[in-house]
Design a protein around this ligand. Structure first.
Ligand code: PHE
Length: 341
């Protein structure tokens, strides 16, 4: 199956290492270096088998190529997946991150990493001990740009405004019902923007402590996992895992638009047509979630100030999403096809 996955992938290189001490798989997928060295975050989680980790890495790396092309930054697309066994101890996790950093260093600049699902800026500090200078998003204390989540959230928020303007000629979010799936570093920051803009925020989450925080302490309406794809809302904002827009969920969606922070929202190519046929406006994931990658690379390679980074995120999402909507309308194609063009 690995042969099939690699043969059918249109990327350049995959580096695979079995980390014997932890029994983890380290996969670095270099999708494209056409626009510059490959860059993309490190995803760390448990997978049922190594093959699904490879599949995830290959797809995510391809998404990063499109994301950096959208951003205008001179980077190509890559992604790393570290598939860890369940219940890995903190001590062996840190040792694993250091060995992973050494591997990145050996690649000599072919691949730059940053945080993604399951890794943080503090983890980037650890990876950078052996992997510097090929590590983005270290903590500010060690000279890095810190978490990319808030910038990704700012871009997604901007995408929601542009989508509302497109649908209702009004970008104000006052009273709009927005369902945010996932309250991680992107979802939580997005909820904050939405609340300040006067939106009616609903959220979905699987972790008990986060549910208690957002529902009981902050007072947001909680939507159970089984109801996420059937709940009525103006905008659905998936900020957790990919593949949530698929043949079984799309027919049930009762939203007008999907604007999400997660990568690879569409399970398959045909899902863009499915959304289109159901009258749901889809904002391509890599167009609206470009903020983190754009801001962090700008802050760390172009000497941007935080103000400049925020302004670039807003302008980039605004400009590219408007272009996508215009082209899709003019050519009568899906927004996914328009973004790809
Ligand atoms: N992991 C994030 C993404 O998918 C952000 C990121 C990428 C941050 C590359 C820094 C460098 O876009």
């Amino acid at each position: 199956m690995i042969e099939v996955l690699l043969r059918e992938w249109d990327g350049e290189t995959a580096v695979i290492r079995y980390d014997r001490p932890t029994e983890a798989w380290i996969i670095i997928a270099i999708h494209s270096t056409r626009l510059g060295p490959a860059a993309g975050g490190t995803r760390m989680r448990h997978y049922p088998e190594a093959e699904s980790a490879l599949q995830d890495a290959l797809r995510l790396a391809a998404g990063m190529t499109l994301k950096f092309a959208t951003s205008g930054m001179p980077f190509g697309g890559g992604k790393a997946v570290i598939a860890v066994p369940p219940g890995i101890t903190q001590k062996s996790r840190l040792a694993l991150l250091r060995r992973y950093g050494a591997l990145i260093h050996q690649l000599g600049g072919l691949y730059y990493t940053g945080p993604d699902l399951g890794t943080s800026s503090a983890d980037m500090d650890i990876i950078a001990e052996t992997g510097a200078p090929y590590v983005f998003s270290r903590t500010p204390a060690t000279g890095g740009a810190g978490s990319s989540g808030p910038y990704t959230a700012l871009g997604v928020f901007t995408g929601i405004q542009i989508a509302c303007e497109h649908l209702w000629q009004d970008r104000a979010l006052d009273g709009r019902r927005v369902l945010v799936q996932g309250t991680g570093s992107v979802g939580a920051a997005l909820i904050d923007h939405l609340r300040l803009a006067g939106a009616e925020v609903l959220f979905s989450e699987v972790e008990d402590s986060a549910i208690r925080h957002f529902r009981d302490e902050l007072g947001f309406e909680f939507v159970a996992s089984e109801a996420v794809y059937t709940t009525e809302c103006d905008v659905f904002a998936p900020c957790a895992l990919g593949g949530v827009l698929n043949a079984s969920t799309i027919p049930h969606l009762k939203c007008q638009a999907v604007v999400g922070g997660a990568n690879n929202l569409l399970a398959a190519q045909g899902d863009a047509e499915r959304l289109y046929a159901n009258g749901i406006l889809y904002t391509p994931d890599y167009v609206v979630n470009v903020g983190g990658a754009l801001a962090v690379t700008g802050l760390e390679t172009q000497d941007w100030t935080q103000e400049r980074a925020a302004a670039e995120v807003v302008q980039t999402v605004q400009r590219s999403l408007s272009q996508v909507f215009d082209l899709a309308e003019k050519e009568s194609i899906t927004t996914a096809a328009a973004a790809y063009h």
